[in-house]
Design a protein around this ligand. Structure first.
Ligand SMILES: Nc1ncnc2c1ncn2[C@@H]1O[C@H](COP(=O)(O)OP(=O)(O)OP(=O)(O)O)[C@@H](O)[C@H]1O
Ligand SMILES: [Mg+2]
Length: 277
């Protein structure tokens, strides 16, 4: 059903059990992939880590979401523009505060976003890795969850552990698996099968296979150059796969999973969230 006056946007959390498996690069490049498909995209950088979106894309961020809560800045002052007009909202250093906003601060955040939602089709959330309360917030507030894993056994085990917690403690059943840094499609399928077999057997849920990205030195080179991979190596296999994945996500765009930005924020900020992990 349409919500009068509110645009429906898609909110997708990109997460992983183990760190360093490629979330931030995937988020940044998927965002550019979506732009190429004429979608308006914003990235919510929700990771406290060091190698954040602004670093990999060499963006000068001056303020953080914290400055909104204090009432000193407006949302438009915080948002920085990246390649191809993607928008980035740095939230990392305000994340802890998100859990303890007072009513006034919450309203302020929601109002600020209200004035922005016509400028967005997709909100991508780059989360931290691992099983923390913050990761759970963002995953549960988003409509879709992409779990990134590499073929390393530790990454697969940690991805499973994350899925298990989100299922058993938060009743989340829908996960899209993206296997990064693989040699070939066979290896990716093997990783997906290992995860999905365990999820079916022990949790009775089936996992969706979103696809895979090959291991490619172009990724590291782009990170070092602080440029978007898709922009500087558009012909690399990994760039082509990223564009395909963006297109696949757009195609299986299911109206059932769409909600308003207000709905996402409401979920994120709602009282009485169970944050015990
Ligand atoms: N497909 C790939 N091929 C080769 N190297 C890759 C690939 N994907 C990621 N990498 C390498 O892994 C590094 C870590 O990637 P990234 O920072 O995106 O991971 P992350 O999951 O966001 O990490 P963190 O958990 O610290 O936030 C990159 O700097 C890059 O060198
Ligand atoms: Mg990261």
């Amino acid at each position: 059903m349409e919500t009068v006056g509110k645009k429906h946007i898609r909110t997708i959390a990109i997460t992983s059990g183990k760190g360093g498996v490629g979330k931030t690069n995937i988020t940044a490049n998927l965002a550019i992939g979506f732009r190429k498909l004429n979608k308006k995209v914003m990235i919510l950088d929700a990771d406290l880590g060091l190698s954040n979106i602004d670093v990999i894309l060499n963006l000068a961020t001056r303020y953080n979401i914290k400055d909104l809560f204090s009432g000193e800045k407006r949302l438009k002052d915080l948002i920085v523009e990246g390649p191809q007009g993607i928008k980035v909202l740095p939230a990392s250093s305000g994340i802890q505060e998100l859990t303890s906003l007072d009513e006034f601060q919450r309203l302020r955040l929601i109002e600020e976003f209200d004035s922005y939602d016509n400028d967005m089709d997709i909100l991508l959330i780059d989360t931290a890795s691992g099983i923390s309360a913050n990761v759970a917030f963002f995953c549960m507030a988003a409509q879709e969850i992409i779990v990134v894993t590499s073929p390393e056994p530790t990454a697969i085990t940690d991805a499973y552990a994350l899925i298990k917690v989100l299922f058993t403690q938060y009743q989340e059943k829908n996960f899209k698996i993206l296997v990064n840094s693989v040699k070939n499609s066979k290896e990716a399928t093997w990783v997906y099968k290992s995860l999905s077999t365990a999820a079916e057997r022990f949790l009775s849920i089936s996992l969706d296979y979103l696809g895979y990205l090959p291991y490619d030195n172009a990724v590291t080179k782009a990170v070092r150059a602080q440029k978007a991979l898709i922009e500087i190596y558009p012909d690399s296999d990994v760039s082509k796969s990223l564009i395909e994945i963006a297109a696949r996500l757009c195609n299986d765009n299911n109206d059932n999973v769409k909600g308003t930005l207000q709905f996402f924020l409401g979920n994120l900020l709602k009282d009485g969230r169970d944050v015990r992990i």
